[in-house]
Design a protein around this ligand. Sequence first.
Ligand code: SF4
Length: 304
Amino acid sequence: MKLKPSMDREAHSKVMVTSIGKIKFSRTTTILTKYIRVLHFISWSGGKDSTASVILMKLHLHELVDSGDEVKILFSEVMFDKKNNISGHNPDIIKFMHKTAAIFESWGFSVEFLHSDKDYLDIFYHKLTRSPNPNRVGMTHGFVPSGKCAVKRDCKLKPIEKWKTAHNDIEKIEYVGIAVDEPARLESLHKSPNKKSLLEMYNFTEADAMELCRKYDMLSPQYSLNNGKQGRDGCWFCPNAKLCEHEAIYKTSPEAWEKYVSLESEPALAYPKWNCFSKETLHQRDKLIKEGYYQYNFFELNLL
Ligand code: SF4
């Protein structure tokens, strides 16, 4: 009997019991885990390359997936404040992720939003017990420094690692969104035997990936966030965040924005500046945004 790879585990277990007729199983989950032959998963960021990979998976499912295989789409959502359910992603991007995930599910795929136990505020308020700079020991961590982001490690990558560990007993293939015109990234991908690129397999450039997302009306708002130009898909509290991203948070989650700005006034911070390269403080940004100066791009250029 041919099972749909997109079925969830419970559905698989029902089909198994039905297909085997009178035989009863008390531990269907264990049997089920063994039954899945290969788990194909796409770590989906919402960007054009990973979204195009999901579309290619749909278009070529029968060539790629055997009966008994399962397909999962994973999105690791970084949270600013878990307790108050405030995402670390731009609100328009999060809306897009939910809307697009629902379409993927209507195609029969299973989509999981993964969350770490930690959020940005946990990282911010963490007391340093060791540091290359002994003066920082005992201080509150503070903002994430450029190039040394603990949020990426603890809030973004850990949930995916945890998910992989939970599925350790199943053979897995990970599909990474790397296009044919990214040779250096592909070369590094080829060193991992259980990783593949659907964009490479179907000869898609980055521009082709963008076009495919447009065709399916699945181009993330990240590509027009920066006053109609390409924005970032990272966290809005990132040291690389642009003024327009902060302005979006001010507009959609004013409490989150106020909280973020207030962090600058916390005492004894090991990393007291939201962006160690910027001359501008968050309080100054707050003033610019509230006075409406964010509309003029040149302010950002002049101040950074
Ligand atoms: S977007 Fe910035 S803050 Fe978020 S994980 Fe990446 S580097 Fe860290």
